[in-house]
Design a protein around this ligand. Structure first.
Ligand SMILES: *Cc1c(COP(=O)(O)O)cnc(C)c1O
Length: 355
C-alpha cells in the first residue's frame, strides 16, 4: 500500500451536494444543502472509504452518521453550543482539565469525516487547525507543574489526521516532560480511514507508550476486513484498544445491533468501554434516545452478553457536570437488617447489612 493513499482519500472527500450524484437523497437530506454554509454549521465531509461501507438506503446506519439532514437546523431549548461547558475548564489553550488526574488536549480541529452526531461541533471542522509547537510547549509546562495529572487524552478533531511528524512531535514532547503518564489516543481513524494506520504510525505510537487507543465503532457494519487487520496489528504491537460507542437513534438503538457490535469487538480484542448517552449539542436532537430506553437496552444486554463485552452506559452532564454512569437500579430497598436487590432475571435477593 502506498503510504500516502490516505492523504489522497482525504483530498478527494465528498464535500458538497454535487459530490453525491451516486446517492438517491431523501428530501430531509437534500434540504440540508439548501442552507449549506448559511450558519456556523458542522461542514459536510466524508471520504470514499467510509461512504463505500454504506448501502444506498436512507436508514443505513453508516449513511446516517455521515449524511446531514435538515434536522440539524432544529435547535431545541435544552441544547448548547458547548454542551460539556469545556471552556470553563481550560487552564491553557487547547487543554481541558476537568478531572483531577487527567487532562484532554484538542490536538486538531480536523477529522477524516464529520460525524453528524458530533458533540464538539462548535470546535470541529472550523479554523483552529493543528496544535502549534508553541501551544504544545505551554501544555508541556503545565504538565510539568501539575504532577497530579496521570493521564493525557489526545482528542480533537481526530489526532490521527495530523502528519506522522506532528504526531511524533506531540508524543515525544509529552514523553520528554512526563515519561510517567499514560497517553490515551481518542480517534475514529480505525473506523473511518483505517489505511491511515501505516507501519510507520504504529511504530511512532508504540515507541512512545504506554498509549491506549480509544476508538468509536457504533455499528457492526463499520468493521471491514481492513479494519480487522489494522486493529490486530495495533494490539499485536502492544497498543491496547478500547471502544466508546454513542447511543444513536436510527443507528444502534436496539439490543441486537449493540449485542452484535460488542461481541464482535471482544473477538477483535477491543474492550467496549463506554456507551454514551447523546450530549445536548445543538442540532443533534434527532439522534438522541431517552435515558429510560438506554437503560432498558442495557439491562437486556446484561442478560445476554459477558461483562467483558458490556460497556458502561454514561452521560456527560450538560454545563460541565462531568461523566456519570447511568447504571440500571438493582437495589429495591433496605431496612435495618438487609439490602434487597433484584437480580438480572428480576428475582428478589437479600444481602445482610451486618457482615
Ligand atoms: C471523558 C473525559 C475524560 C476521561 O474520562 P474517563 O471517565 O476517564 O474516560 C477526561 N477529561 C475530559 C475533559 C473528558 O471529557
Amino acid at each position: 500500500m502506498i503510504e500516502n493513499s490516505w492523504r489522497e482519500q482525504l483530498k478527494h472527500s465528498r464535500k458538497s451536494l454535487k459530490d453525491l450524484n451516486d446517492f438517491t437523497l431523501t428530501e430531509t437530506e437534500s434540504a440540508f444543502f439548501k442552507y449549506e454554509g448559511a450558519e456556523d454549521k458542522l461542514p459536510f465531509m466524508v471520504n470514499s472509504y467510509y461512504s463505500s461501507l454504506a448501502e444506498n438506503t436512507p436508514d443505513d446506519p453508516i449513511r446516517r452518521q455521515f449524511l446531514p439532514t435538515i434536522d440539524e437546523y432544529t435547535v431545541t431549548d435544552c441544547e448548547l453550543s458547548d454542551p460539556l461547558g469545556e471552556k470553563h475548564y481550560s487552564p491553557v489553550p487547547r487543554l481541558i482539565h476537568r478531572y483531577r488526574d487527567r487532562v484532554l488536549l484538542l490536538t486538531t480541529d480536523s477529522c477524516a469525516m464529520y460525524c453528524r452526531h458530533c458533540f464538539r461541533r462548535s470546535f470541529t471542522g472550523h479554523d483552529d487547525g493543528v496544535v502549534s509547537s508553541d501551544e504544545l510547549s505551554a501544555v508541556c509546562s503545565y504538565l510539568e507543574e501539575h504532577r497530579e495529572v496521570n493521564e493525557i487524552l489526545l482528542s480533537g478533531g481526530d489526532p490521527l489526521t495530523c502528519s506522522d511528524r506532528k504526531i511524533e512531535e506531540i508524543l515525544t514532547s509529552l514523553r520528554a516532560v512526563r515519561p510517567d503518564i499514560a497517553i490515551r489516543l481518542a480517534t475514529r481513524i480505525p473506523v473511518v480511514l483505517p489505511m491511515r494506520i501505516t507501519e510507520n504510525l504504529i511504530r511512532i505510537i508504540s515507541d512512545n507508550g504506554p498509549v491506549w487507543l480509544v476508538t468509536q465503532f457504533n455499528h457492526r457494519k463499520e468493521i471491514s476486513v481492513l479494519t480487522e487487520k489494522i486493529i490486530a496489528s495495533l494490539v499485536d504491537n502492544g497498543i491496547p484498544v478500547l471502544n466508546q460507542s454513542v447511543l444513536l437513534k436510527g443507528v444502534n438503538d436496539s439490543v441486537p445491533a449493540l449485542e452484535e457490535l460488542f461481541q464482535k469487538l471482544v473477538r477483535m480484542r477491543v474492550k467496549p468501554y463506554y456507551l454514551f448517552q447523546g450530549d445536548l449539542a445543538s442540532g443533534t436532537s434527532h439522534f438522541r434516545v431517552p435515558i429510560e430506553r438506554g437503560q432498558e437496552i442495557m439491562s437486556q444486554l446484561r442478560q445476554r452478553i459477558s461483562g467483558l463485552a458490556l460497556p458502561v452506559y454514561a452521560v456527560d452532564l450538560p454545563g460541565g457536570g462531568g461523566k456519570i454512569p447511568l447504571t440500571e437500579n438493582y437495589a429495591i430497598r433496605q431496612d435495618e437488617k438487609n439490602y434487597y436487590f433484584r437480580n438480572i432475571e428480576g428475582q428478589e435477593y437479600i444481602y445482610p447489612r451486618e457482615i
